[in-house]
Design a protein around this ligand. Structure first.
Ligand SMILES: [Ca+2]
Ligand SMILES: [Ca+2]
Length: 342
């Protein structure tokens, strides 16, 4: 009981001293990932022409690291760097600033012309085990400019045992055709995983404004097939510029994912507002905002010494979100009440 009381006091102190660390999304607020209960914050970020020039600018690199460390798993798109060093610099810089280190899965360089792009997944092995990954093979049909990059994860801290992330940066001028073909990419993954239907299809789909009309979107296979749920709405704004386009999307498939994700913690992450960057500073980082989603964890909370710090983080996040200390007061009353009024 003394331990619980100590935790309680620490929670109150934390509540009183913690500055808000939450971030606005299109539909609410999202706290950084890795909370105590095993939940996952998953993102997809098109870091416009990511390469040596970008990591060479200290303020850009710092902002990228700040954004990426929100996530337990994040897809990075538009890596354009024949030297292959920029993404490694980004990963190393990120890992120098966190205790819970990230690992990377990197695709081959993709594209029909000499202008190639790579995808990367940064993920925390403390939360997820990467089982296998592959670039979708479209050699026989050549449907994609940049073939989707599929990574299959084991997730011991959520209700999903295993799921895939299917990342894609769709070519704007062929957006409708590539969108349609994502259904085949998904079916191919289900086969490869011996029938696992859980998948997060995410990336810059270019599925709005001048590239995909509302009618074309409505008629696209990925939209009309009821196995898929589009969780970033058509009216979301995922562009840093004044334009209002919902280019970056997350589409879910599989009952476990439908049950585990939280819609009110899903949306674009407006890093310019959150970090108080003016439009020029933000534009140096990317022309896109990341999109993100939250998956509930299923770990039981234990009152072990090791559990206290993550608990403090998690509760201070929840306090920041609610903007009140009521949660802490209620918890203290529940814990201390029986002691004080036996
Ligand atoms: Ca191709
Ligand atoms: Ca915009």
């Amino acid at each position: 009981m003394m331990k619980l009381a100590a935790v309680c006091c620490l929670l109150v102190l934390t509540a009183l001293t913690t500055a808000s660390t939450t971030a606005s999304t299109s539909q609410g607020t999202v706290a950084p990932g890795s909370s105590y209960d095993g939940s996952l914050l998953i993102g997809a970020f098109n870091i416009q022409v990511f390469g040596i020039s970008k990591v060479g600018k200290v303020h850009v690199l710092q902002t990228l690291v700040k954004i990426l460390k929100r996530y337990d798993l994040v897809l990075i798109q538009e890596i354009r760097d024949s030297s292959g060093t920029a993404i490694r610099t980004l990963l190393d810089t990120l890992n120098s600033e966190v205790q819970d280190k990230y690992e990377m899965a990197l695709s081959s360089r993709l594209g029909r012309t000499s202008s190639k792009e790579q995808y990367a997944y940064f993920y925390k092995p403390s939360r997820l085990t990467l089982l296998w990954n592959y670039v979708y093979d479209d050699d026989s049909e050549d449907k994609f400019e940049r073939e989707p990059f599929v990574a299959y994860f084991e997730s011991p801290t959520t209700a999903m045992e295993r799921f895939a992330m299917i990342g894609v940066h769709i070519k704007p001028s062929e957006a409708v055709a590539e969108l349609d073909h994502l259904v085949h990419v998904y079916d191919d993954y289900v086969n490869k995983s011996a029938g696992n239907t859980n998948a997060i299809i995410a990336g810059d789909f270019n599925a709005d404004c001048r590239y995909v009309s509302k009618t074309a979107l409505k008629n696209s296979l990925l939209r009309s097939d009821m196995r898929f749920r589009w969780i970033i709405p058509d009216d979301a704004d995922t562009t840093v510029a004044a334009s209002d386009c919902s280019y970056d999307r997350i589409v879910l498939a599989g009952d476990d994912l439908f049950d585990s994700y939280q819609q009110n913690r899903t949306g674009a992450f407006y890093f310019d507002r959150e970090y108080h960057l003016d439009i020029n500073m933000a534009a140096e980082v990317s022309d896109h905002y990341p999109v993100e989603m939250f998956i509930k964890g299923n770990l039981d909370l234990e009152y072990s010494p090791d559990a206290i710090q993550p608990m403090l983080t998690a509760y201070s996040d929840s306090i920041s979100r609610s903007g009140s200390f009521r949660a802490v007061v209620w918890m203290c009353l529940l814990v201390m009440g029986p002691l004080m009024f036996p």
